[in-house]
Design a protein around this ligand. Structure first.
Ligand code: COS
Length: 387
């Protein structure tokens, strides 16, 4: 029945473990967490005990030693049930990829093991009030004084903000050099001059924490710079290239969750004396939803496998997977609400939350318009080199 993606036994185990966890532990609490806007700390702690927090982290750094596909499979299963929980889970990877990709031995050994064990959470600080899509336009500064960098500025809409202990933050070290004047730093909660703004009120993913990071003469030890001065923009871009298939996996899982709900409902809901699934109009909607979801899954696994194969330039396939799977999840969750009709619009069924949650996937980690820019730029480069 299911499509054969040639997953290994271990990958099927990861999938099953997360599927069961999501069903047993997340379904009973997802509506309440959403309603109360409560961070899913207890659930993340359980995932830590199951060795799933460090899935993408090498075993020598206390992780599970899995790759991008392993991680995407886990994100997909969690997202099938709740995107709020899955983003709180996956943002740890977004925040720690800069360290994994660019950290030196000392930084890796100091910061990664507690993240791998789920003892500490992580977050990524790039976005600012006036620098969202235009990541090169950030204003936060870092000035070297003695053996410390002094950070000043405010980061906005940071997932896991306030909950995380470890933050990777992009700041300008040389304003004259444009994108080449940014640098990346590891900042710890509690460092002098580092505080948090209010928790944002959101349309969806309400249980996740979204906060400002405020730096007022924040003192960061010199050795906490990642790579070297001027590498910050590249650190951010490579991080996003690596993390975007994870957002695609959120889209796939969410769309699958909506298909699950819509088919289940359509089989049992009777109108005009028969289940509504007997109507070809409904069947065709479900067929489109399931087909789009499967296509999204295929491109997401392809992107993850490309990363796992060690390809150097993954920008295009990574952006394609994020773009396609998240547009699919918006369309499919909207159709699921339509199939459930009035019930779909009510909070007693999970599809209204799915539709609310889907919207952010088209916006965060680069809007889908930015993904098209990235794909377009890659095409220009590819075809220019063919001449
Ligand atoms: N990998 C490596 N290098 C990259 C790169 C990548 N994926 N993308 C860009 N670069 C390099 C470029 O090669 C260029 O290098 P040179 O200075 O040597 O020429 C430099 O970085 C600047 O690139 P570019 O001119 O393309 O930068 P732009 O300012 O035009 O911005 C986009 C490019 C739009 C792609 C970038 O700003 C972006 O990704 N924005 C979205 C940010 C985002 O996703 N935010 C979400 C919040 S974080 S969760």
């Amino acid at each position: 029945m299911a499509v054969n993606y040639g997953l290994t036994e271990q990958q099927i185990e990861i999938q099953n473990a997360m599927r069961e966890f999501a069903k047993e532990r997340v379904i009973p609490v997802r509506a309440e967490l959403d309603e109360k806007e409560e961070f899913p700390h207890a659930l993340l702690q359980e995932l830590g005990k199951m060795d799933l927090m460090g899935l993408y982290i090498p075993s020598e750094l206390s992780g599970f030693g899995g790759g991008s596909l392993d991680f995407c499979l886990a994100i997909e299963e969690l997202s099938r049930i709740c995107i709020g929980v899955s983003v709180s889970y996956a943002a740890n990877a977004l925040g720690s990829y800069p360290i994994l990709l660019f950290g030196n031995d000392a930084q890796l050994k100091k910061y990664m093991p507690p993240i791998a064990k789920g003892e500490k959470y992580c977050a990524f600080g790039l976005t600012e009030a006036n620098a969202g899509s235009d990541a090169g336009g950030i204003q936060t500064t870092a000035v070297l004084k003695g053996d410390k960098y002094i950070l000043n500025g405010t980061k906005q809409w940071i997932t896991n903000g306030g909950e995380a202990d470890t933050y990777t933050v992009i700041a300008i070290t040389d304003r004259n050099k444009g994108a080449r004047g940014a640098s990346a730093f590891i900042v710890e909660k509690g460092m002098p001059g580092f505080s948090f703004g209010k928790k944002e009120k959101k349309l969806g993913i309400r249980c996740s924490a979204t906060r400002e990071l405020v730096f007022q003469d924040c003192e960061v030890p010199k050795e906490n710079i990642l790579a070297r001065e001027g590498m910050g923009f590249i650190v951010a871009m490579k991080t996003l290239d690596t993390s975007r298939p994870g957002i695609a996996a959120q889209g796939v899982g969410l769309a699958q969750g909506a298909v699950d709900e819509a088919v289940t409902y359509a089989r049992t809901r009777e109108q005009f004396g028969k289940p509504i699934i007997a109507n070809q109009a409904v069947q065709h909607m479900l067929a489109n939803m399931a087909t789009q979801t499967e296509a999204a899954r295929a491109i997401t696994y392809a992107a993850a496998r490309t990363i796992d194969a060690g390809e150097k330039d993954v920008s295009k396939i990574s952006a394609m997977s994020k773009l396609f799977a998240t547009d699919v999840s918006m369309a499919v969750t909207t159709d699921a609400v339509q199939i459930l009709g009035g019930y779909g619009y009510m909070r007693e069924y999970p599809v209204e939350k799915m539709m609310r949650d889907a919207k952010i996937l088209q916006i965060y980690e680069g809007t889908n318009q930015i993904q098209r820019n990235v794909i377009g730029a890659a095409l220009i480069k590819e075809y220019a080199s063919m001449k």
